[in-house]
Design a protein around this ligand. Structure first.
Ligand code: MTE
Length: 322
């Protein structure tokens, strides 16, 4: 993905080493313990604010994956968050500098209710649910993550978007003093992403506030990040401070940076290769148990969510609209 710097998530997979390789067995066991504990207890609220690591209040949902969850230490140490550096291990090392409380989200554009809102005023903790989704990165690796959050459609509906809102754009916080990676022009900061309104209102689109039952660690996009499980991971924009309802297809960071390689739609598609690598299969991070650090699986159309979303694209050529 990286264009101007050599260390990239576009490196061929045999050139990259998952950070997970360095995790030892004790860390893995600890992570798995946290996973089962948090699910079993189904969360007593300790705080209404999204301070990283706090236990969250949530109910369970119908969204599950028939595969093991990626161990917590891997979900939180093998990350892409270029505002903190381009190495997979950089976000876990450096994202603690991001101040996430208090946090506001500014809503602009074609909606009846716009303005700047405190995070607690737009996320109703009583509506939080857990959804276990597959995450498929365009770099051809994948994870299975138990997110906590609120369906995006519920968050957007409260702003009453008008009929002129055809798309929604999201913007990540951009504060150079807190985000050391933004000293380099790896991308045109701030990171921006977007969805068509019907994609945003699909029940699968999710705004995460936590994972594994606890508020998001900064490296995973605290305090508020998008999760769009049928699209490549770069659509799942982190640490959101702005939501804009717009009439035209908005700019998105990776499309701006390399339009031939990263499209607006970015639906997971095993039949449309990235210009520099195949998308037909993926490395399942942490999927090899203790004997190996990843396993391999065939990539599925829409990352396995075709039943829910294929109809959104019935009249589109998905090879052209990659
Ligand atoms: N959001 C911002 N603001 N900056 C980023 O660099 N990387 C994206 C996405 N969201 C990114 C971002 C990419 S490429 C992926 S694969 C996912 O975040 C990774 O999410 P994770 O680190 O929680 O696994």
């Amino acid at each position: 993905m990286l264009i101007r710097r050599p260390k990239s998530w576009e490196l061929k997979e045999n050139q990259t080493t998952p950070h997970g390789l360095y995790l030892n067995r004790r860390q893995l066991v600890a992570g798995l313990g946290l996973a089962s504990g948090s699910i079993a207890s189904c969360a007593m609220a300790e705080s209404k604010t999204a301070i990283a690591g706090r236990k969250l209040e949530f109910s369970s949902s119908k969204y599950k994956v028939d595969a093991p969850q990626t161990p917590y230490p891997m979900v939180t140490s093998y990350n892409n968050f270029y505002e903190f550096g381009t190495d997979k291990s950089d976000p876990a090392k450096h994202a603690h500098s991001l101040i996430t409380d208090p946090w506001t989200v500014t809503v602009e554009g074609h909606a009846n209710k716009t303005g700047t809102f405190a995070l607690e005023d737009i996320i109703r903790t009583s509506e939080q649910e857990e959804r276990i989704y597959r995450l498929r990165c365009v770099e051809a690796w994948s994870m299975v993550i138990p997110w906590v959050g609120v369906p995006l459609r519920k968050i957007l509906a409260q702003f009453e978007p008008t009929s002129k809102a055809k798309y929604v754009q999201f913007v990540t916080k951009f504060e150079r003093s807190q985000m050391r990676g933004t000293r380099w022009p790896v991308l045109d900061w701030p990171y921006v992403e977007g969805l068509r309104m019907d994609e945003a209102m699909n029940d699968l689109s999710f705004m995460a506030t936590g994972l594994y039952g606890h508020a998001l660690p900064n490296q995973n996009g605290a305090p508020l990040r998008l999760v769009v499980p049928w699209k490549y991971g770069f659509k799942s924009i982190k640490s959101i401070v702005k939501i804009r309802f717009v009439s035209k297809q908005p700019k998105t960071s990776w499309k701006k940076s390399a339009p031939r390689e990263y499209g607006f739609y970015s639906n997971v598609n095993p039949n449309v290769d990235h210009p520099r690598w195949s998308q037909s299969s993926e490395r399942v991070i942490g999927g090899g148990g203790f004997s190996s650090l990843f396993s391999r699986r065939n990539t599925e159309d829409f990352n396995g969510y075709g039943t829910e979303v294929a109809s959104l694209y019935s009249d589109m050529d998905l090879k052209r609209n990659y």
